[in-house]
Design a protein around this ligand. Sequence first.
Ligand code: NAD
Length: 264
Amino acid sequence: MRDLFNLDNQVVIITGGNGQIGQEFSRILIEYGAKVVIFDLKINQEFLEKYDDLYYYNVDITKRKQIEDALVCVKEEVGIPTTLINNAALDFPPNSTGDVTGPFEKISEDTYDKIMEVNVKGIFLCCQIIGSEMARNEYGSIVNMCSIYGMLSPHPEIYDYKNVDGEEWNKPCLYSISKAALLNLSKYLAVYWAKKKVRVNCLTPSGVFNHQDSRFLENYNRSIPIGRMADVSELDGAIIYLVSDASTYYTGNNLIVDGGWTAW
Ligand SMILES: NC(=O)c1ccc[n+]([C@@H]2O[C@H](COP(=O)([O-])OP(=O)(O)OC[C@H]3O[C@@H](n4cnc5c(N)ncnc54)[C@H](O)[C@@H]3O)[C@@H](O)[C@H]2O)c1
């Protein structure tokens, strides 16, 4: 059984690898034997220096040329990529401000473009450039990071406490739309590349604990049967499964790790 989850010889590209989930995924994938390549806008030198098998490239996933150039370097310096984790995204935690969290009717087109550019076009480009490389090599796994808010509407009552002094705060619909797009992109590409032995799936977590404010936590935790947010390490099993040969017959699917959120 241990061999089933072994990631020796795997070269994993993870976008947004410097974020909360990206760092945890990098850590656990390296522990299971993979070489991990982070594509991100920013570097965390201290984190990078912790692991011999961790590599970093400064890549904006909305820029085709940057992804293409970085892929050439990865192939030369690290190896042929076997996994792509599309993890980078713009999210809007409860302390976010601006028109994106205001009333639906007032969200500007600029805001729409900015979020779709990263959360959808960025993933589209990474799949085109890195996914097609894996298809040429006839081996690979793509994991698109979705969210329960890409499957369901956010529950407005969770955020009601933020509606003070006549200001309206909404969990942005743009985040939900962008994540919903990944559910179909994953199914489409799973079919498109099935014979090329590239599997494409979504991983859908509910909220991960990151020291959110107590009012938010109180409301949010009531919405989860398990009664608390996930610890980031509770996604480890799912990512190891999706990246490893334990999931060779799993494609076009959505692995939901949500503490029961979508069960009621
Ligand atoms: N944290 C949660 O509770 C939660 C829940 C469900 C789904 N998710 C999803 O999981 C993924 C990771 O979430 P997180 O909380 O770790 O995010 P995070 O905000 O901590 O990290 C996101 C990373 O993406 C990078 N990034 C942003 N724009 C980029 C670009 N144009 N090019 C390259 N890199 C870019 C950022 O620099 C950052 O390092 C996201 O897709 C998110 O939507 C998170």
